[in-house]
Design a protein around this ligand. Structure first.
Ligand code: AMP
Ligand code: FES
Ligand code: ZN
Ligand code: ZN
Length: 302
C-alpha cells in the first residue's frame, strides 16, 4: 500500500476514507481534520484562551498536542476523581505532558467539591457510577473555566464516542439529548462556557495512531467502573457495523448532524436560573450537583 499523498510506503490504512498514508502525511491529515472541525463549527479563535479537559487518555492528550502545535493559547484541566490507582496514574500522565510542553495544568479534586471520591459517591447514590461521575465532570469543567477565565472547554470526544452516544440516545429515543449532541455547544447563559469537541471527525483508532506517532505517553487502562457499561456494548455493535461496512459510524453521526438534528431542536424556551446554593446555572432552584453533594453528605455522615 502506498501513501495517497507522496506514494511512499503507507504506515496506516483508513478504510472509511479509502486511503492510506505514510506517518508524516497521516499526522498532516489528522491536524487538518481538527482544523476543519474548529473552522466549520467556529469553535474558538486564536485570541481566546482554551481550557482542554484532559483525562490522561490518548484522545484528550492528542487534542492538547494538536492545539499547542498549532499555536493556540491553551491550558489543561484535570479532574481528580479519586478512583484508586487509575486516578493516580492518569493524573501523573497529564502532569508529565503539561511539564514537557511548558503548559499550565489546573487540577480539581472531585472529593473536595462533592464531599467524597467517586467510589464513595457511587455507594451513596446507588446509581450507575458514570451518572454521578458525568454530572460532576460537566459541572466542574464549567466552574473551573469560569473561575480561571476561559470562555471555552474542549474535550477529547472522538467519532466513536459521539456515534456511540448518539446510538444510545436513539435506542432509547431520548429526544431531549438529541439536540444537545453537537460538536459545539454555544453559551446560553453568561455563567455557561462553550463546550467543543474538535476530534469528532476522527476515529478512536486514528487518535491512538496519532498519540503513538507523536510519542505521547498516555494511560491505556480504562476507568475500572467503565467495564460492562452499556456505552461499551453500543461501541461494540458499531464496531461490527464498521467492520462490515467501513464508514458506517461516520455516516450515522454526520447524517444525524446534517439532516436529523435540526428536527429535534427545541422551540420552547427553557428558563435558566442560578442555583441558590452555589450560583451555577440550573433549571430548578438547587442544581443537580448541589443535590448530589447534599446526598453524599447525608449518606456518609449519617
Ligand atoms: P470519557 O467520558 O471518559 O470518554 O471522556 C471524554 C472526554 O472528557 C475526554 O476526552 C476528556 O476531554 C474529558 N475527561 C474525561 N475524564 C476527565 C478527567 N478526569 N479530567 C478532565 N477531563 C476529563
Ligand atoms: Fe467516571 Fe469512570 S470515569 S466512572
Ligand atoms: Zn506520504
Ligand atoms: Zn448548585
Amino acid at each position: 500500500m502506498k501513501c495517497r499523498k507522496c506514494g511512499s510506503a503507507a504506515a496506516l490504512e483508513l478504510r472509511r476514507h479509502n486511503a492510506a498514508f505514510c506517518s508524516p502525511h497521516f499526522l498532516e491529515f489528522f491536524r487538518k481534520q481538527v482544523a476543519e472541525a474548529v473552522h466549520r463549527h467556529q469553535m474558538f479563535t486564536r485570541e481566546e484562551k482554551i481550557m482542554v479537559a484532559v483525562s490522561g487518555g490518548k484522545d484528550s492528550l492528542a487534542l492538547w498536542d494538536v492545539l499547542i502545535e498549532d499555536g493556540y493559547q491553551t491550558a489543561g484541566l484535570y479532574l481528580d476523581l479519586g478512583i484508586f490507582d487509575y486516578s493516580k496514574e492518569s493524573k501523573a500522565k497529564c502532569e508529565a505532558f503539561a511539564a514537557s510542553r511548558g503548559q499550565t495544568l489546573h487540577i480539581e479534586r472531585v472529593a473536595e467539591a462533592v464531599g467524597a471520591p467517586i467510589p464513595v459517591v457511587q455507594q451513596a447514590t446507588r446509581r450507575p457510577t458514570c451518572s454521578a461521575c458525568g454530572l460532576s465532570k460537566r459541572y466542574l469543567m464549567n466552574r473551573a473555566a469560569l473561575q480561571h477565565g476561559y470562555p471555552v472547554v474542549a474535550t477529547g470526544h472522538n467519532l466513536d464516542d459521539e456515534a456511540a452516544t448518539l446510538f444510545g440516545s436513539v435506542m432509547h429515543w431520548q429526544t431531549d439529548a438529541l439536540p444537545r449532541q453537537s460538536p459545539a455547544l454555544a453559551s446560553t447563559h453568561p455563567k455557561l462556557v462553550r463546550r467543543v469537541k474538535p476530534l469528532y471527525r476522527l476515529s478512536e483508532l486514528e487518535t491512538a495512531a496519532f498519540a503513538f506517532l507523536r510519542g505521547i505517553d498516555y494511560i491505556v487502562e480504562e476507568c475500572p467502573f467503565a467495564k460492562g457499561a452499556t456505552s461499551i456494548a453500543h461501541k461494540q455493535v458499531l464496531d461490527r457495523l464498521e467492520e462490515a461496512s467501513p464508514g458506517s459510524k461516520h455516516n450515522f453521526l454526520f447524517g444525524f448532524l446534517e439532516k436529523a438534528r435540526p428536527a429535534f431542536e427545541k422551540i420552547e424556551h427553557v428558563e435558566l436560573l442560578e442555583c441558590t446554593s452555589c450560583g451555577q446555572v440550573t433549571t430548578g432552584a438547587i442544581c443537580a450537583f448541589c443535590k448530589l453533594a447534599d446526598l453524599v453528605k447525608r449518606r456518609t455522615t449519617g
